[in-house]
Design a protein around this ligand. Sequence first.
Ligand code: ZN
Ligand code: ZN
Length: 371
Amino acid sequence: MAEANAVRGLVPMDVAGRADRVRAAAAEANCDALLVTNLVNVRYLTGFTGSAGLVWLGPDKLLLVTDRRYGEQSEAETGQAGVDVRIEITNDAPEEILTGAAAGVSRIGLEAASVSWADQRQYAEWFDAAELVATSGVVERCRQIKDDGEIDRMARAAAIADAALAEVCPLLANGPTEKEVALALDTAFRRMGAEKSAFTTIVAAGPNAALPHIRPTDRPIASGELVIVDMGAVVDGYRSDMTRTMAVGEPDPEARKVFDTVRDAQRLGVAQATAGTPIAEVDKACRDRIAADGWAEAFVHGTGHGVGLDIHEQPWVRATADDALQTGHVITVEPGVYLPGFCGARVEDTVLVSDNGPRRLTRSPKDLLVG
Ligand code: ZN
Ligand code: ZN
C-alpha cells in the first residue's frame, strides 16, 4: 500500500561532504581533531545508526570505532551513505586505536555536552601528549543547514503527521481519552511508514492544555474544550514537529480568544522565517502579538527550535538569538498561551527557510472546530 512507502525513492543526502565541513568548524574552534561521541553526530558524519560508536575526525582521517555487534551494519550503512571511513571494531577500550590516530595531533576537541567526567579523565590519560579542548556544538552548527535529501526526509515526516492527524481527528467527536488519541496517532505514524514517533505525542485537553509538556492522561476529552495535540514522525532519522489546537463544539469566548490570538501570532512568526532575518525577529513577531492581547506572561516557553536528526536542535528561536536565518534552516514556530486551571493553546509548524521565503513542511489545517 502506498502509505508504507515513506522511504521509497528518497532524495540522496550528501553525507560524504559533511566531514570536511565539520573539520573546518573544528579548526575554527582551535582543534586539530575532534573526538565525536554524541551518537547523533556520529550518524550525521558516517550514516552509522548503531547504539555504540565514536568517530575520530582528524586532519586527514575519518575513523569510526564500534563493537562486534555492529561490524556488518557499520560497513553496510557507511557504504550506503557513500562515506569513505575506516572502521575499527573493538570490544575493549579503543585506547590503542585512538592513541594511534592521535599521534602528532596537538589539540583534540571533545564534545563537552556528551562526555562524562569519567570519560574525560580516561581521555586525558590516553591523550597525555595532547591538549584536550572542551568544544560546544561544533557538529551541531554544521547540522543546522539541511541539504535537499534531509529536507525530503523531513517533508515526508511532516506529510505523515498531516495524514495521521486527518485520520485521527474524527475520533475526537466520540469523547476519547487523551491517551486513546495519542495511541491512535502513534499507530497511524507507523502504519504510514514512519520509523516511530519523533517524541512522546502530547494530547492535552481542557485544564491539562495549560501544562505545555504534560503526558496524555486517562481523562476523557469533553465538548467545548481546547485540545492541544503536539506530534511528529521520523523518516530515515529525520523528524517533523507540529502542534494543532482543536475543539469539538464551540469553546467559551475567552478560550476562543486565546486560540485566535495564538493562531495569529504563529502566522506572523512564520512570515518572518526568511533568509537574512534575525532569528530574534521570529520570536518578537509572536511575542508582540500575544502581548497585545495581554497574555505576555502566559507565553511561558521559547518560540521554536531547529529540527532535524534531533527533535530539538540548533538554532534556538528566542529573543536572545544572535544569528540570522539562512536558506536551509528548518525551524519550528510554536507560540502558546497557557491559563492555569482553565485552558491552553499552541500552534506549531515545521518551517523550511527557502530561497522563496518560508515553506511550511507541516500543512494540516488550523481550524479550531473539528468533528
Ligand atoms: Zn512540537
Ligand atoms: Zn517543537
